[in-house]
Ligand binder design. Structure first.
Ligand code: SF4
Length: 185
C-alpha cells in the first residue's frame, strides 16, 4: 500500500478527499500546514476542526508550525493581487514545499493536496507547483482535480454530515479584505 501525505487546507474540504484516496488504496496521513490563515483565531478554529475530524475518522494528521512571518515574507510584493492571481501560486508552493519536506524526511511515496477541491482555486496553479516540487524533492505528486465529477457538491454534503461548516474566505488577510469589499458592493 502506498504511503500518501495529504496536504490539508481545512476541515470541510478534507473528508471527501480523504475517503476518495482511501478507496483508491492509499494509506493516508494528513499534513495541516497553513500559516497563510489569518487572523490567528481563525487559524486555531480551522486547526481544531481538522483535529476533531481526525479523531472522528481515525485519521493520523501532523500539524506543522504556524510560521506566519515566513509566509508574509514569501508573498511580499503580491499583497494587492486578487484571489487566483499571482500571490496564490506562491502560497501553494510555500505550503506544498513544507509538505514535500516532511514527506521526504518520513518515507512517504507521494504527496497530494485538498486544495484542488475548491471551485475558488485554480487546479492548474496547484498542480503546476506540486509537479515542479515533485521534481525538486524526488517525491511523487498526485496531480488530481478533486472538484471534477461533482466533487465540490459531494464534499460539501459530506462536510455537512460531519457537522463541519465551510468558511467564507480563503485564508489570508488579503482574501478576507477582498471578501469584505465584495460584500459591501
Ligand atoms: S487567497 Fe488563498 S491561496 Fe491565495 S494567497 Fe490568500 S490564502 Fe493563499
Amino acid at each position: 500500500m502506498k504511503k500518501l501525505l495529504l496536504h490539508v487546507c481545512c476541515g470541510p474540504c478534507s473528508p471527501y478527499v480523504l475517503e476518495k484516496l482511501r478507496t483508491a488504496g492509499f494509506q493516508v496521513t494528513g499534513f495541516f500546514c497553513n500559516p497563510n490563515i489569518q487572523p490567528f483565531r481563525e487559524y486555531e478554529f480551522r486547526r481544531l476542526e481538522v483535529a476533531r475530524l481526525a479523531e472522528k475518522l481515525a485519521w493520523p494528521v501532523v500539524f506543522a508550525p504556524y510560521d506566519m512571518m515566513e509566509w508574509f515574507a514569501a508573498v511580499r510584493g503580491l499583497e494587492r493581487e486578487p484571489e487566483r492571481g499571482r500571490r496564490c501560486p506562491v502560497c501553494f508552493r510555500f505550503r506544498l514545499s513544507k509538505t514535500m519536506l516532511h514527506a521526504r524526511a518520513n518515507g512517504f511515496d507521494v504527496v497530494a493536496s485538498t486544495l484542488s477541491i475548491s471551485p475558488y482555486k485554480s487546479t492548474a496553479q496547484v498542480n503546476e507547483q506540486g509537479l515542479d516540487l515533485a521534481r525538486e524533492f524526488g517525491v511523487g505528486f498526485l496531480a488530481e482535480n478533486f472538484k471534477k465529477r461533482d466533487g465540490w457538491p459531494a464534499a460539501r454534503e459530506r462536510a455537512a454530515e460531519l457537522g463541519i461548516r465551510h468558511q467564507d474566505y480563503c485564508g489570508c488577510v488579503f482574501s478576507k479584505a477582498e471578501r469584505l469589499l465584495h460584500l459591501r458592493k
